[in-house]
Design a protein around this ligand. Sequence first.
Ligand code: FE2
Length: 415
Amino acid sequence: MLDLLITNATLPDGRANMSVAVRGGRIAEVTQGLQAPAHESVDARGRLLAPPFCDPHFHMDSVLTYGNPRVNESGTLLEGIQLWGELKPTLEADGIVERALAYCDMAVAKGLLAIRSHVDTSDASLLAVDALLDVKRRVAHAIDLQLVAFPQDGVLRSRGGVDNLKRALDKGVDVVGGIPHFERTMAEGAASVKLLCELAAERGKPVDMHCDESDDPLSRHIETLAFEAQRLGLQGRVTGSHVTSMHSMDNYYVSKLLPLIAESGVAIVANPLINITLQGRHDTYPRRRGMTRVPELMRSGITVAFGHDCVMDPWYALGSGDMLEVAHMGLHVAQMTSVRGIRACFDAVTANAAKVMGLGGYGLEAGCDASFVLLQAKDVVEAIRLRANRLKVWRSGRLLAETAECAPVLHRPLK
Ligand code: FE2
């Protein structure tokens, strides 16, 4: 007897009339047209059944603080950092936990079951680190929450930066972060990349840094990150997030850089909603989009995923934990409008993001964890087009959330 059987589902790769059988929290079988006794059966009626959405880049310590103590008037990254600096001394652990849990509820309802969140380690009290470690334990039944030790004020630029970051890792933070473009000089930025990669190698941790989140084409810390990943044998464990400077770089230099990144096994995370919002703010017209070169990176064999980055915080007023909104913006900004391109954008918020996070047992195959989302859409293109309703969300075979099917009622139909 199966625990759960979902029939007549369409999978992200386009296979139709598929059945997914679940036993003991794992997928027992994925096959066409299977009928078998189960404690619970769900007829997907041809709808899309996808593995859960994954967000490989988020900031859960600042989520839902929008307007506190004021809004970001210039809309720039730097005013956001300044505003966060004003807000930090007023934060209390209970408030951080409460807001993070509220966001996790929003995420689960949207089928977002894995989040890599950066947590600011600049403050010696490590208040946010303790709060998010608590949140991580509390949501573990529903969400894989990974934490990145993120020295927002610069690991070398801020007093005690290295020590604070090490203490965060000691407490159980999973990943080593960084922000080389915010260090005082290019040389200090490069030194921070070397130091942080060496620390990760020493401790057996992955690396995920904010890297070159800048419109400056000469911000080339991604080159150092790729070099250090290769030198220290960290291939497959290092991620460069944002890398927006690549948008503005010279094509000749990029033609050298892409193979270097591919060779180093460094993955790239773009954050379309935030990149299109924060970058290009010093331009008149034409105004740069600022997002990194997603299709070119993908064509070079580099793993590229999309992150949400911010929801209602000093950097971004909007957002709802909807990774389909992220994919929708990503495909527009990157002009990935072919069917293949749209599918690649769906992968960027599912399979590729899971790969960046190193999630085991992810996918829709026998033996994988029985976590998936049933969408009110017939395929991945429609899912992105409509930012489709999440009808049901399961985690390890257990139903976590449901949203009623929605359809407009037209009082004066036109036909
Ligand atoms: Fe970020």
